[in-house]
Ligand binder design. Sequence first.
Ligand code: PLP
Length: 389
Amino acid sequence: MRSAGRHFLQIPGPTNVPDRVLRAMDRPTIDHRSAEFADLAHRVFEGLKEVVGCSGPAVIYPSSGSGAWEAALVNTLSPGDEVLVYETGHFAKQWSEIASRLGLLPILIPGDWRSGADAQAIAENLAADGERSIKAVCVVHNETSTGCVTSVPDIRRAIDATGHPALLMVDTISSLGSMPYSADEWQVDVTIGGSQKGLMLPPGLSFNAVSEKALSASKHAALPKSYWSWEEMIAINAKGFFPYTPATNMLYGLAEALDMLNEEGLPNVFARHGRHAGATRHAVEAWGLEVQCNNLGDFSNTVTAVRMPEGHSADAFRKIVLDRFDMSLGNGLSKLADKVFRIGHLGDFNDLMLAGTLAGVEMGLALANVPHRPGGVQTALTALVNESA
Ligand code: PLP
């Protein structure tokens, strides 16, 4: 049966694609070896670098975020290299599994999936690595599976305090364009990004922003690579072109999305995400439910994972919300399957969309007979009113 009105896509990415971006993509594809294309390419590279806060090259791949994870590793490392990964949740684990499949030796520091990465634990591992076998520290800035953020400056300081030369690689797939980030200021060597979350595009583009140190490492990195290789890509990108057929229409969309972020102003975009995350947590607290992230200060501004009371199924609840209100909420991943649901509040999103989202959750809780106190929506609305935009 047809559902009237727009679907509410409140998973933590892909996010709702604004009409302006859709319209920008709805244009004839042009010759990717033309001067017109080079203008577009230069525009998106410059715009993307501003969002990432990097002065070095930004590489754009026609792939999902996982491609950019792989690219970061194969361009900088050699078979048998150790990489230190902090297990913030599902995505950190996935990244370390990719490293393992590529012939690297990941050291996974266990985490409880309820906080960001522990800088102290990273420092201890690096300090114990007298042989300097660890070549990279890999951290997920915003762990989408748990709604916990890692303080990248803390990780940077921890690495520097040990004097360890490992590269710092940061996954910003669900934070870029939504939360403050600066690759240069935080001295991140490879930043990994994706199109489908804060950048408000459909899935299909991913990014590596590369520091001087990572570029030097790439000169002697021996893992096999071709499609992902930075070398040819960066050389040709400088002229406004790609070594293979680029995703032209996605780049139209990216140019538009970058314009939109600039029109609003990045500080305002970040503040908007902060307000919405805060209001969401107020609602969860008022319902008497628990947020997965339990470390004050590590709360994500883009996604809130909510724990289901014991004996209740998060997936059954999500199904009710989808069937009754045409709203998709994020599922629990790996060990959190069926135990949490995730509310995405990122991208092209405003107060009334949040109000609708939280109303759908509150009605769903009632319909699914999940023990809770009503009134979370009202609490969130009050928070939005009191904390003016
Ligand atoms: N890293 C994070 C933090 C993510 O949230 C995701 C996907 O949601 C990925 C990596 C994997 O990206 P993709 O699914 O686009 O390959």
